[in-house]
Ligand binder design. Structure first.
Ligand code: SAM
Length: 263
């Protein structure tokens, strides 16, 4: 069944639609977890759109929200903390400024789940492999990992435009190192290679379509140069659309039950 699409025309509508989108994403992630409490780590929390939604959907859990907060994300720690205060979840979310891979490498006590939202697109293949191996080592028995990211496969012209704007170095000021997003099959193979079992890839259809003034606002937020708008004026009249969400998940089965992996 196709999801109901929200047509966004103004900046205000855009903020609301993003909040709804992340709330839906968090709800879907939380439903896939067999627990509702314990210590949950989110790497690449940024300004906290997913963090806040997760904290709301997991009122008995404690979240460690980690980000490097550098480059285009250098102001996000302040935005995150403001958002946590407004959402009244600051007491359950511990914010850490660190590289997530370094943090995981140093972590000695076990965690229950490791979740990311739009982090994998920022990593190289090597970093993704290291992330999965270190997550496997740090999770408790039965622990879960869930990685949400926007699909690199466009379902229509509006999504194709979004992917091009946000990944082509001609247009974006922050082109990805490797990809708009990892191919889901390659990412799931990598998760299995790290020792995870019950590896699943799920597609959650996106719901946001940007039209009119909301298009330019969204593109500037992503660091896309105005030359993109000029070069694609006709196509943009049909709108921009968020690609579908991919949810990649895996289970860290009881120690001894899984395969040995090199860390
Ligand atoms: C595209 S943003 C996503 C932010 C947020 N999760 C969301 O969905 O809105 C990617 C985030 O990952 C962070 N990041 C990238 N590599 C990282 C690393 N190695 N360790 C910690 N954070 C990292 C960036 O700083 C940025 O905040």
């Amino acid at each position: 069944m196709r999801a109901l699409t929200t047509i966004v025309r103004t900046v205000r509508q855009s903020h609301k639609a993003w909040d709804n989108e992340y709330s839906r994403l968090a709800r879907t992630i939380v439903r896939s977890l067999p627990f509702r409490s314990g210590e949950i780590v989110e790497i690449g929390c940024g300004r906290g759109r997913l963090t806040i939604a997760l904290a709301r959907h997991l009122p008995s859990a404690r979240i460690i929200a980690i980000d490097r907060f550098v480059g285009p994300y250098s102001h996000d720690r302040t935005r995150l903390e403001d958002g946590l205060i407004r959402a009244r979840v600051l007491d359950r979310v511990h914010v850490v400024s660190s590289d997530g891979l370094v943090w995981l490498g140093r972590r000695r006590s076990r965690i229950r789940a490791l979740i990311t939202g739009e982090l994998l697109p920022e990593l190289s293949v090597r970093q993704m492999e290291r992330l999965f191996r270190r997550t496997f080592r740090t999770l408790e028995d039965g622990g879960r990992t869930v990685h949400a990211f926007l699909s690199p496969v466009a379902r229509n012209q509006r999504q194709r435009l979004t992917i091009e704007a946000d990944s082509d170095p001609r247009w974006t000021r922050h082109p990805p190192t490797e990809w708009f997003a990892p191919p889901p099959k390659a990412a799931s193979t990598c998760l299995r290679a790290a020792g995870f079992e019950d590896v699943r890839v799920r597609l959650l259809p996106s719901r946001i379509q940007f039209r009119g003034p909301a298009i330019a606002h969204q593109l500037r937020t992503w660091g896309v140069r105005p030359s993109f708008d000029r070069a694609h004026r006709r196509e943009l009249e049909g709108g921009l659309e968020l690609p579908d969400w991919i949810l990649l998940s895996g289970v860290r089965k009881a120690r001894g039950a899984g395969r040995a992996v090199r860390l």
